[in-house]
Write a protein that binds this ligand. Structure first.
Ligand SMILES: Cc1cc2nc3c(=O)[nH]c(=O)nc-3n(C[C@H](O)[C@H](O)[C@H](O)COP(=O)(O)OP(=O)(O)OC[C@H]3O[C@@H](n4cnc5c(N)ncnc54)[C@H](O)[C@@H]3O)c2cc1C
Length: 233
């Protein structure tokens, strides 16, 4: 893995991700080319404080453009800065970090489970796994409401182009028009096919990670096959 480097990035563009306006995407242009693995993240340094954000795009040819998916948090230092700073604003970044990366040596079955913005680190892993022969991926993503859904076009396209990829969304606060899965991601583990060699990639808040780890333990999944990234407490 590449050692983290400290460099500058400029805000290149941003747009809302979901119709509800809970999430936005921001693209940064790095001063230096950096190589990183799918699922890794960067730190931005603001007022001497660091905040981590997963890199949602696979490395491009230049190695200098990274995209982030950010949840808007009222009063949030970094999320507000990335939401409001004018395009072209420079920001200090350190990257890459993270061990939630595809594991393809010992398994061909991958189960990706995210809640909310946790999808940010799992999207590139899903896209990368789809390019590897013989690997199957199931992605389960938990969100609150229908208007919070984004990247459906991305996952629909992956599923249409790769019969090795399937995904499902579950909503904890569905409306009458929703006819998909309902409840928390932990409610749906029984429907997921996995075997003793499968790897689980979990990304989201601490409650989901704790509950999912406990469930996977009951299903005798070895802790070494559970990779996690905790975004918040
Ligand atoms: C490895 C890693 C990767 C991450 N990747 C992403 C990512 O891709 N996208 C993303 O949006 N976030 C991601 N996060 C979370 C991110 O680093 C920040 O913690 C988050 O954006 C809040 O920072 P802030 O400066 O805006 O808010 P702060 O100023 O730190 O906090 C503002 C308020 O929001 C509360 N708060 C902080 N974080 C959350 C949260 N996640 N949910 C609800 N309330 C919260 C705080 O308790 C406080 O009350 C990641 C975290 C880690 C550790």
């Amino acid at each position: 893995m590449q050692k983290p480097i400290h460099t500058l990035a400029r805000i290149e563009s941003r747009h809302n991700a979901d119709v509800g306006g809970k999430y936005f995407e921001v693209a940064l242009q790095l001063d230096e080319a950096v190589s990183y693995l799918p699922g890794q993240y960067l730190n931005i340094v603001l007022d001497g404080q660091r905040r981590s954000y997963s890199i949602t795009n696979l490395p491009d040819e230049s190695g200098r453009r990274v995209q982030l998916l950010i949840e808007r948090l009222p009063g949030g230092l970094a999320s507000r800065f990335l939401d409001t700073a004018p395009v072209g604003t420079p920001v200090e970044v350190v990257l890459p970090f993270g061990r939630l990366v595809p594991q393809t040596d010992k398994t061909v079955r991958h189960v990706l489970i995210a809640t909310g913005s946790g999808i940010a680190s799992l999207r590139p892993i899903a896209e990368w796994l789809c390019r590897q022969n013989g690997h199957t991926t199931f992605l389960l993503w938990g969100l609150r409401r229908r208007e919070n859904i984004f990247w459906k076009d991305v996952f629909d396209r992956l599923a249409a182009e790769h019969d090795t990829f399937r995904y499902d969304i579950t909503l904890s606060q569905p409306d009458d028009e929703w006819n998909g899965r309902v409840g928390r991601v932990t409610d749906h583990l029984a429907d997921i096919t996995f075997d003793a060699t499968s790897y689980f990639y979990l990304c989201g808040g601490k409650p989901m990670l704790d509950d999912m780890r406990a469930l996977l333990k009951q299903h005798a999944v070895p802790p070494a096959h559970i990779l996690t990234e905790q975004f918040h407490v």
